[in-house]
Design a protein. Structure first.
Length: 94
C-alpha cells in the first residue's frame, strides 16, 4: 500500500479497530476458561488484559479513529457515522 501511494492511515485505523474489537470479545471467554488459575504469576493473562485496555487508547481512541475513517469516506453521512459509533459502543460494552 505504501509503495503505491495509498493512504495507509485509514487501513491501519480499520485494522486497529477490528483487532481491538475481536480481543474485547474474546478476552472474557478466555477469563472464564482460565478461571482463578489465570491469575497466577506464571500466566501473562493480567498483562494481556492491561494491554488490551491500552490498545484502545494507543494511536487514538476508537472514537477518534471512527471519525478519521468517516471523514476519509465521503460517502458516509453524519447519520451513518453515528450508527457506526453506536454499533461500536454496543460491541465494546456488551
Amino acid at each position: 500500500m505504501i509503495d503505491s501511494g495509498e493512504d495507509v492511515q485509514i487501513a491501519a485505523a480499520r485494522a486497529k479497530i477490528a483487532a481491538t474489537r475481536m480481543a474485547e470479545r474474546q478476552m472474557p471467554i478466555l477469563a472464564q476458561l482460565m478461571g482463578a488459575e489465570g491469575l497466577r504469576d506464571r500466566y501473562p493473562f493480567g498483562r494481556h488484559q492491561v494491554g488490551l485496555k491500552m490498545a484502545g487508547f494507543t494511536d487514538g481512541s476508537t472514537e477518534i479513529l471512527l471519525d478519521r475513517i468517516g471523514r476519509a469516506d465521503q460517502s458516509l453521512s453524519p447519520l451513518d457515522i453515528a450508527r457506526v459509533r453506536t454499533a461500536s459502543q454496543r460491541t465494546i460494552w456488551s
